[in-house]
Design a protein around this ligand. Sequence first.
Ligand SMILES: Nc1ncnc2c1ncn2[C@@H]1O[C@H](COP(=O)(O)OP(=O)(O)OP(=O)(O)O)[C@@H](O)[C@H]1O
Ligand SMILES: [Mg+2]
Length: 230
Amino acid sequence: MRIQIQNLHKKYQRGDTELEVLRGISCEFASGSFNFILGPSGSGKSTLLYLLGVLDHPTSGKILIDDTAIDSWDEAKCNAYRRNDVGFIFQNFNLMSNLSALDNVLVPFLPRGIDQDLTQTAAQLLERVGLKDRLEHKPNHLSGGEQQRVAIARALLKQPQLILADEPTGELDSSTGRMIFNLLRELGQEQNATIIVVTHDERHVTSKDTIHRIEDGLFIDTDSEKEREK
Ligand SMILES: Nc1ncnc2c1ncn2[C@@H]1O[C@H](COP(=O)(O)OP(=O)(O)OP(=O)(O)O)[C@@H](O)[C@H]1O
Ligand SMILES: [Mg+2]
């Protein structure tokens, strides 16, 4: 999936004051590419991911998915995109507290029905993120990093064409973090998925990745670091 964003602006209204969080950003995320968005707290990273996941709409500017502007989509198309095409790994996990790890991974498929094959695939994904022995644990019996890995498995089960990951390794130690990035890269390659990761952790950036730095709602130095030596 190829994504282009053109002069994207996002303003929030807070009482009488208007807060401009994204102030005109443009770039392209190539199909099958691995992209990082780096930037300080409050710079607009999560806001940008929400717009790309069509969980919210820009104030102005355009988002094109495979050359189609999403503002031409009706609600049904937006829902289908969110349901089928996008795997969203939220910064705060959004797990259901009354469900086991395995059932949390399966939740997005409830409306369509869950068969044994899918359950097995979900269990395998949990195994790949290192949670083989935690399938029946509920979130309050999982550590923060384990909950994060459940959220990652949930996003990957539908084999999305686009993976949006908001600080996917924020709660993880560096070796588990590396495992998660390896898994994202592997699955991205297997499925030719476009991957966009917001992170503070630059240790996982490789020379093949595209980096976008955001500061105060604007991209700085887009792409130019790609050649930089590590
Ligand atoms: N729904 C909202 N209404 C009003 N202001 C908001 C809303 N969502 C975010 N903001 C503000 O927009 C700014 C950018 O928020 P955002 O969550 O995109 O930052 P971020 O770069 O993801 O930060 P962090 O690294 O801390 O997660 C922040 O100042 C935040 O307070
Ligand atoms: Mg954020």
